[in-house]
Design a protein around this ligand. Structure first.
Ligand code: NDP
Length: 338
């Protein structure tokens, strides 16, 4: 008999905590893993597998994807399909897998934004790439001002009715449109499971504009993406720009972001983290998770070590008022373009 290549750790649920996702039957791990960078065709598949299995072995059972994650577009989903075939298939019912459509994916008028035509076709393609019969969550990736919101929402409703997704979510919608989306979906018996937006120590827009409260009040979970501001809120850039870092690639995280003022702030935040016995990454995740309205945070990672470092954020989620005030005074008046 051939030995299985991978057997998930029997202790995988022992150290992770799970939080109820809005008013739903779903609980999410406090840390989820996102496959935007580092899981596509430019990364060796063995590394992809090691990171995904390590995450699952530590209770991270929610994997967040989108049609265009890679790079190259589609290749994070293709690699996820390989993961399904090589390691994860026996664990399908333990995994919560999401995908999205809404940004640029293929040429022409039907490969972008929020039409029914795009969402339906894109999900079919995603399912093929990921070698899945259904996703657990399908998102409208962004609000489309040119498409009636009813068309986009009805597509999500029908996708659930077709059995291609169990739940739906929306990402980065303006507040007023998010409220309309919640109402439409609830009115069609497909309540919105999750609202996804960027929220971290340096970017507090969803807190300031009321999106976090809106989701909470409507019984919709809130999941934060880029909780480490793409790596800025870690030790990665405190002593220069490492050649293997996201900033060195200068794509979604631009070199010019790292001004002397920002670097000073990151160093001061790092000092607070050190006093708490944490790395800057750990403190940044703990800070988000200290807010009970945040259901989960979607971390990115380029190595198993980073995942391990981030998992330790679960150990110390208490902040004194003094620490919170100090973090606020350092970060709230910072003048930089995200
Ligand atoms: P993060 O803010 O967590 O940044 C991840 C990056 O930070 C890693 O790639 C790594 O950078 C660095 N890093 C992580 N942990 C550590 C550590 N412990 N020490 C040092 N450096 C560390 O998240 P992402 O920006 O990657 O976004 C996470 C996920 O959110 C995405 O994968 C995606 O699923 C989702 N997302 C959704 C969006 C939407 O529109 N809905 C938009 C963006 C993201 P390096 O690679 O340099 O090592």
């Amino acid at each position: 008999m051939i030995a299985p290549i991978y057997a998930a750790s029997p202790a995988r649920y022992d150290s992770m905590s799970y939080r109820r996702c809005g008013k739903s039957g779903i609980q999410l791990p406090l840390l989820s893993l996102g496959l935007w960078h580092n899981f596509g065709s430019r990364k060796p598949f063995e590394d992809v597998k090691d990171m995904a299995c390590h995450a699952f072995d530590h209770g991270i059972c929610h994997f967040d994807l989108a049609n265009n994650y890679g790079p190259e577009y589609g290749t994070a989903e293709e690699n996820f399909g390989r993961l399904m075939d090589t390691v994860f298939r026996p664990y399908r019912d333990e995994l919560l897998i999401s995908s999205k459509a809404g940004y640029d994916m293929w040429p022409g008028p039907y490969g972008n934004w929020g039409s029914r035509k795009y969402l339906m076709a894109s999900l079919d393609q995603s399912l093929k790439r990921m070698r899945l019969d259904y996703v657990d969550i399908f998102y409208s990736h962004r609000f489309d001002p040119a498409t009636p919101i009813e068309e986009t929402m009805q597509a999500l409703v029908d996708i659930v009715r077709q059995g291609k997704a169990l739940y739906v979510g929306i990402s980065r919608y303006p507040k007023e449109e998010a409220a309309k989306a919640y109402e439409y979906l609830a009115g069609h018996d497909v309540p919105c499971l999750l609202y996804q937006d960027r929220y971290n120590i340096l970017d507090r827009v969803p807190q300031d504009n009321g999106q976090v409260d809106l989701a909470y009040g409507k019984g919709v979970g809130f999941i934060s993406f880029s909780p480490l501001q793409q790596g800025l809120l870690t030790g990665r850039y405190l002593d220069g720009i490492p050649s293997d870092s996201r900033m060195a690639r200068n794509t979604s995280l631009k070199r010019e972001t790292l001004t002397p003022e920002l670097l000073d702030t990151l160093r001061s935040l790092n000092d607070i983290a050190a006093r708490r016995g944490q790395s800057l990454a750990q403190m940044s995740l703990s800070w988000l998770l200290s807010d009970p309205r945040v259901t989960s945070v979607i971390i990115g990672a380029s190595s198993v070590q980073q995942i391990d470092d981030n998992l330790k954020s679960l150990d110390n989620r208490y902040f004194s008022d003094e620490e919170l005030n100090e973090i606020d005074s350092l970060s709230l008046n910072l003048n930089f373009a995200l």
